[in-house]
Design a protein around this ligand. Structure first.
Ligand SMILES: [Zn+2]
Ligand SMILES: [Zn+2]
Length: 250
């Protein structure tokens, strides 16, 4: 499994970090900013995308979608593309894409917009990975993802409060990619989001091997080394805070 962090910031980007999105093999998870350009930058051909999954309708997770589709069209994509969106903002997404006439297959390629419910389910499967979704605790309905390959299990939370109910999904994962918008060291706690210290405790309790923090608030930017040192008292495994465009092969 190849994971590339196209962005790692929370809703407010910084000079170092853009809003969080992840390229997992040929599946794009969330679509802020110029993900097309960033895929090119890391040497990935965006025309190979098999699907786009929008975890929830907050602007930092979806605002690049019309632009991505337009860039794929102008680059000659002909293959249909499946876009998974939560039922809570399905109509809004459809409306946004219709405004720019992006759902018209005659203009290039077909967008198969799939409404997904906020419950445990298998979302996507190909010959190498299966992607299961599960509900998390955010200010709007939102989904976390458990990705399984023959070799490993990776869990991505998207935006969520730290939640003991999620431990059953994290258990024994090789890699837990958890949002960490705040930290008691630098910020106040934010409703609907997680402080890094609480995440580290949950990761320890869940016996995950490596904890990877993304969706970082701007107050944390440039303080990553101090934060990792602080978290070592809560989590004994490996702690990563990736930079934008970093990759993990697992
Ligand atoms: Zn967010
Ligand atoms: Zn959000």
């Amino acid at each position: 499994m190849r994971i590339i962090f196209l962005g790692t910031a929370a809703a407010v980007s910084t000079s170092n970090r853009d809003n969080t999105s992840i390229l997992l093999d040929d599946l794009l998870i969330d679509c802020p900013g110029n993900v097309f350009g960033k895929m090119k930058k890391v040497g990935y051909d965006p025309l190979k995308l098999q699907g786009v999954l929008i975890t929830h309708g907050h602007i930092d997770h979806i605002y690049g979608l019309p632009s991505l589709i337009e860039m794929l069209r102008l680059s000659g994509r002909k293959k249909p593309l499946t876009v998974y969106v939560g039922q809570h903002f399905y109509e809004l997404t459809r409306y946004c894409l219709e405004i720019y006439d992006l759902l018209n297959p005659e203009k290039g390629f077909e967008i198969m917009l799939k409404s997904i419910s906020y419950e445990e389910q298998l979302l996507f499967k190909n010959s190498s990975i299966s992607v299961f979704a599960f509900p998390v605790r955010h200010s709007v309905p939102n989904l976390g993802l458990k990705i399984q390959s023959f070799q490993s299990t990776v869990v991505y939370t998207s935006d969520t409060e730290p939640c003991e109910d999620l431990v059953k999904f994290f258990s024994d994962a090789e890699l837990l990619i958890h949002e960490s918008t705040c930290s008691y060291l630098y910020t106040r706690r934010m409703e609907g989001h997680s402080c890094a210290e609480d995440v580290a405790r949950l990761a320890q309790f869940s016996n995950v091997k490596t904890l990877c923090l993304v969706h970082l608030g701007p107050e944390i930017d440039s303080k990553e080394t101090d934060l990792v040192d602080e978290l070592k008292q809560y989590f004994l495994g490996k702690i990563l805070i990736p930079n934008d465009l970093d990759r993990i092969i697992i």
